[in-house]
Ligand binder design. Structure first.
Ligand SMILES: [Zn+2]
Length: 72
């Protein structure tokens, strides 16, 4: 069981952010943009490409740039 992240993009302020899948389940229907509280966000579905890296690394998309975050 690894941590799975999903990327979302706000259709209001156009910013992208990353959420834990377990948080998405928890807040299903109540997800909102952390920047502007807009409820109109859409999933970017990048988790498939991230899974291969999950064993050693986590990539987060922050302000449009992918940053490598070490888990060690
Ligand atoms: Zn927003």
């Amino acid at each position: 069981m690894g941590k799975i992240y999903s990327s979302y993009k706000c259709t209001g302020c156009k910013k992208e952010f990353v959420l834990l899948t377990e948080d998405i389940e928890k807040f299903k229907g109540y997800l909102a943009c952390p920047y502007c509280n807009n409820r109109n966000i859409k999933s970017l579905k990048v988790e498939d490409s991230l899974k291969e890296c999950m064993n050693e690394r986590v990539y987060k998309k922050v302000h449009g740039a992918i940053r490598q975050v070490s888990q060690k």
